[in-house]
Design a protein around this ligand. Sequence first.
Ligand code: 8YV
Length: 316
Amino acid sequence: MATLPDLLTVAKLAPFLMEPLQRTFAVHERLHDGDAAAFARVAPSIRAICGSGESKVSAELIAKLPALEIISIMGVGYDGVDVAAAKARGVVVTHTPDVLNDDVADLALALMLSIARRLPQADQYVRQGKWPGGPMPLARKMSGARLGIVGMGRIGQAIAQRALAFGMPVAYTARSAKADLPYAFHATPRELAAASDFLVVITPGGAATRKLIDAEVLRALGPDGYLVNVARGSVVDEAALITALQQRTIAGAALDVFENEPNVPEALRALDNVVLVPHIGSATTQTRHAMAARAFANLEAHFAGQPLPSAVPECR
Ligand code: 8YV
């Protein structure tokens, strides 16, 4: 029997991804994080890495794996992977775009509605028996409000499409204006924030976007503006955001991602003008199965010598 190629997992992967992996590879589960001696024994033969969107694959780890050929990420974001180090070694990186666009866009709209209409508070109002004592304070209308999208890639466009159904004028900022899109372009997040009631962040993470949403952008968003982040925690200056929320220099924030997940600062959790969810942008059964299938398909194609379904742009 031919020996199965060695594969290292760098995240706790869902059973529906582990199952096909275990049929096809000799899987070493997060060995790099555990038994150093056992890792040193298998490291020379590891040919593949599989991880999630939050996984860290550093230059240091890549350097320890001389036989590495492919890093397959189950996620659209791969900011934890040192792609330059992988490329320098001829290692290809793949991800799972497109299949999660609907879910992340759905969640962005859900968060916008939740923060504006105070849905978590409304639910609590009923559960805690406050309703007989009188109605809830009035909330904020979302339909027709101005939406600014930071990052106009595939998910940004899916968010824009949904917002149009709410009669929201859409504007965006991105590295460059996209001539084929009918939305207003602003050169900087600050200019966009000044022209928005809801500022939704859906740009890739990584060094290029670190703390892109800073105190100045939040000031421009203003006391009636809401921030929604469905991208990466690193894109927002979390300390500046907490200050803005505490001082009400913005109206509120709805966040799916945080700087130091899964740890969310107590100062943020103590606030009433936030909606906080635990990185669930793509977390539906349907989408996670599609992502797992794509992550596996990338590995399968690589080892069959076939074209990769979705290499990251830098590796195409
Ligand atoms: C998941 C994500 O959290 O796709 C991404 O970039 O952040 C998410 O969909 C995760 O990567 C699922 O494995």
